[in-house]
Design a protein around this ligand. Sequence first.
Ligand SMILES: Nc1ncnc2c1ncn2[C@@H]1O[C@H](COP(=O)(O)OP(=O)(O)OP(=O)(O)O)[C@@H](O)[C@H]1O
Length: 256
Amino acid sequence: MIPQPVLRTVDLCMAFGGLKVTQDINLNLRPGARHALIGPNGAGKTTLVNQLTGALRPSSGSIWLDGADITALRPDQRVRRGLARTFQINTLFPRLTPLEAVANTICERERDHLSVFERRLFALTRRREQIDEAYVLLERLNLGPDCLRETRELAYGKQRLLEMALALAVRPRVLLLDEPAAGVPEGESDELFSVLAELPDDIAILLIEHDMSLVFRFADCITVLAGGAELVTGAPAQIAADERVREVYLGKARHG
Ligand SMILES: Nc1ncnc2c1ncn2[C@@H]1O[C@H](COP(=O)(O)OP(=O)(O)OP(=O)(O)O)[C@@H](O)[C@H]1O
């Protein structure tokens, strides 16, 4: 039996004035998917991701997470339901250590499930468990040795890994990775790929990325956007062999 999609869009459309930037997008991510979203500059990838996260309200169509319509939910409500993202632009607190940042996020996640009375007690506990969980997560992302340094001292690639750790700390069902390789020096990109390859199997991942070598190594399914519309969705081999994709995208890709 084919599993139900964990994330689904139905005829999603977005227009800025007369400009249609997202046109009838029907995206399906099954649990554990490794799905990439590619397309030339201006194809509408960021606009689509912003609708998925709730930063932008679609003009029409709907977004479904685990069978529930989340189209009208705020970004924070979507995160609580298991939809997490990383950002293209670094949004970290420079003076916190990775351990503090991730442990704080884990505490927030735990507090969400508590009553007001329980929250007051939670504030009094020592939070050893959350710190241990944060450390295990940081180790998994190769950040163990850096976990007590201030974030601003970390190499750029390490900061991108920390963004991923923060998104994983909310225990998402779906993780949106918005150009994780952007700005990462070549020497650090292999580490990024090995971390991506080790992410938990039960999390569905939507990767938006210009680095074609990363996309084709990572994804088991690729959607190509062109002019705001879905050109084709398929397995990497199918996408690589598609003449239309070559024409609209691969020939012009920045890193392709
Ligand atoms: N707020 C806005 N108002 C008007 N037009 C917009 C707005 N945001 C995006 N656009 C337009 O929508 C189109 C798609 O932009 P978008 O940033 O989503 O593409 P992209 O595929 O993410 O591009 P890139 O790969 O360069 O990041 C572009 O033509 C852009 O100029």
